[in-house]
Design a protein around this ligand. Structure first.
Ligand code: 13P
Ligand code: SF4
Length: 326
């Protein structure tokens, strides 16, 4: 349990999150937060946290927060010696690809992703054989090996721009079938899809949206484009996690629902206290593997450093760097 000195040092941080973290839970968090802040200074480390991280990570220890695109961009810019990725494994691999000489730590190596699991590099090679000459656009939610077998990466924040940047009449877009279908509606480019799905977003249905509108008249419905197309069609806006957060900040709807991972609403609500959030809670079990306790332990022991097979790293890096340059 935290000492009086630790509680005093961390009080300004508690003030940031007190509306979503009960006072009784804070002393346990405060102890780890205080230790993590000291370890970051000692190791010249930064913590990159995805928008789905819990409020005590997102608001109290992270140096950079954002969507996958922002985390990749920031990873490419940092001069820290150590990067701790508070997110899932593919995000840590992307940070490592962009920083081959730095130490990148993932606090729990089991923090995976159903999309990354849905496809292998051999699958990509089979697709290339079936569609010769058709460029492969790969969502960053994939392994480094899949990226290495691709032409260029994209995120939900830049997918349309990347697809159109290739100047091709047809592209293969993998592995997220729904993201690809949602992008296909916005472009004349023909898109060949793969049957991968996000286990969190595939659970939302168009009937859920209609029920939300009946239960909460006037509610603004924002959806992540990993949701099925019929859900996106019923939403008021679809965008990356950063796009959803910025929509709320710009439009300040009286009442809103974010059809995405659950913790995101806490983090956006803290920055928009005047907006009321309805929260259907779909948790990403992979994102939730990251805790203050294992961030602290990763930094204490310098454990779970991400490595990438040197045989695939240059090609995977090229696909990510092409995306960042597009
Ligand atoms: P964003 O790039 O929009 O943050 O999405 C990442 C992700 O994993 C969504 O499920
Ligand atoms: Fe993967 Fe979905 Fe979790 Fe994002 S929310 S990390 S896409 S399983």
């Amino acid at each position: 349990m935290a000492s009086a000195a630790v509680l005093a040092r961390t009080e300004p941080l508690y003030n940031r999150v007190r509306s979503v973290i009960p006072a009784i839970e804070w002393p346990v968090f405060a102890e780890d937060i205080d230790a993590i802040l000291a370890l970051k200074r000692e190791r010249n480390a930064i913590i990159l946290a995805h928008n789905y991280q819990t409020p005590e990570i997102f608001n109290c220890v992270a140096d950079i927060v954002g969507d996958s695109l922002a985390l990749a961009r920031e990873a490419a810019e940092t001069d820290a010696d150590v990067i701790v990725l508070a997110g899932v494994h593919f995000m840590a691999e992307t940070a490592k690809l962009l920083n081959p000489d730095k130490t990148v730590l993932i606090p729990d190596t089991r923090a995976g992703c159903s999309l990354a699991e849905s496809i292998t590099a051999d699958d990509v090679r089979l697709l290339r054989a079936r569609y010769p000459g058709v460029p492969v656009v790969t969502y960053v939610n994939t392994s480094a090996a899949v990226k290495a077998a691709s032409d260029i990466c994209c995120t939900s924040g830049n997918a349309l721009q990347i697809v159109e940047s290739l100047g091709a009449a047809r592209v293969i877009m993998l592995p997220d079938e729904y993201l690809a279908q949602n992008i296909a509606k916005q472009t004349p480019v023909e898109i060949i899809t793969w049957a991968g799905h996000c286990e969190v977003h595939e659970r939302f249905s168009a009937a859920d949206v209609r029920q939300l509108r009946l239960d909460h008249p006037g509610i603004v419905v924002l959806a992540h484009p990993e949701c099925p197309p019929e859900v996106v069609a019923e939403a008021d806006y679809a965008g990356s996690t950063a796009g959803l957060a910025s929509y709320v900040g710009r439009h300040k709807p009286a009442r809103v629902v974010l059809l995405t991972e659950c913790s995101m609403s806490d983090n956006v609500a803290l920055r928009n206290p005047d907006v009321s959030f309805i929260r259907p809670c779909n948790l990403c079990p992979h994102m939730k593997r990251i805790t203050l306790r294992n961030i602290r332990s990763a930094l204490e022991r310098m454990e779970h450093a991400v490595t990438i097979d040197p045989a695939i790293a240059p090609a995977a890096r090229r696909a990510v760097e092409r995306m960042l340059a597009a």
